[in-house]
Design a binder for this molecule. Structure first.
Ligand code: TA6
Length: 284
């Protein structure tokens, strides 16, 4: 069955054998298997019961990246907003010879009363997961269905499963100025990124694909941005890993976040307006 809707998640299965899983909680994609290998990292300690954002997969960041800052209206929202901690609905699913697609929805009537009060705008989100034999596209559409304009961040907070942090690099960001949140400074990226410690970097105006090639073995993944221009690269490394209860102390070796979104600036959306952004993940 191309799309099976279980109680708390939706499973997409492609005729090629590729598959994906999306929890309705947060519309969090928690698995993308292709060529018989899992490409998405989910912590062994992730909490999947809807009581906390899932540690891994592709959490959806909306309407704010990180913690909002007063006096912005997002200042009191939970970190990374409410999309990843709300219960989404499966809207439609479809399949054809090449792809299997599922669409998920969240709107202002489905979020908690508390978040509704903190962010009093009428909105509708549609999240589309389109699985093909060797690629997967995840697209977020934002609709302003109210009579007041609002501004927002949006980000696909993708955790990639990797062979080992010492055997990957991130290619495609060289020459771009980035905010280094570890060193609290802005610097220009010189060359490829290798993981030798905590990384928490925000790159704006990225215009090319970002690749995560494995070193010393074949393979890797590519992130193609569509309608998105910012990329966040994050690995908590040993210190921050130890501080996260829902993350194994040594799991930082097995993951890297390369996150496509619009976070450097807020996007203004007029009443009645729509916006969309997506990423296409593929194998190297
Ligand atoms: O995307 C990187 C980041 O903003 C890091 O600063 C770190 O906070 C990470 O997200 C995880 O955030 P979370 O709220 O999921 O623990």
């Amino acid at each position: 069955m191309p799309v099976s809707h279980q109680s708390n998640k939706v499973v997409l299965t492609h005729p090629s054998g590729a598959s994906a899983e999306v929890y309705l909680y947060g519309a969090t994609l928690t698995s993308w298997k292709v060529a018989n290998k899992e490409r998405i990292f989910v912590s062994e300690k992730a909490i999947l019961d809807g009581s906390k954002a899932i540690r891994g997969g592709i959490p959806l960041v909306f309407p704010v990246f990180g913690k909002g800052k007063a006096p912005h209206v997002t200042a009191a929202l939970p970190q990374h907003g409410f999309a990843r901690i709300s219960q989404w609905k499966l809207l439609i699913s479809s399949d054809d010879a090449n792809t299997v697609t599922a669409e998920f929805g969240l709107d202002h009537t489905l979020i908690s009363e508390e978040n509704r009060k903190l962010w009093p705008f009428d909105f509708s989100l549609v999240y589309t997961v389109k699985l093909a034999a060797e690629t997967i596209e995840t697209k977020l559409r934002v609709h302003n269905v109210g009579d007041k304009s609002f501004d927002f961040n949006a980000l696909l907070h993708t955790y990639f499963l990797i062979p080992d942090a010492s055997r990957v690099k991130v290619v495609g960001l060289s020459g771009i100025d980035y905010v280094d949140k570890v060193l609290a400074t802005t610097v220009r990226q010189e060359g490829d990124i290798i993981l030798e410690g905590e990384v928490d970097s925000v790159y704006a105006n990225v215009k090319s694909d970002v690749q995560i090639p494995y070193v010393a073995e074949e393979g890797g993944v590519q992130v193609h941005l569509k309608g998105l221009s910012d990329v966040v690269v994050w690995n908590p490394w040993v210190g921050k890993a130890a501080a996260m209860a829902d993350f194994g102390d040594d799991e930082f070796h097995k993951m890297i976040c390369v996150e496509a979104g619009q976070v450097a600036e807020f996007i203004a959306l007029a009443a009645g307006g729509s916006w969309e952004g997506s990423q296409v993940l593929s194998l190297l």
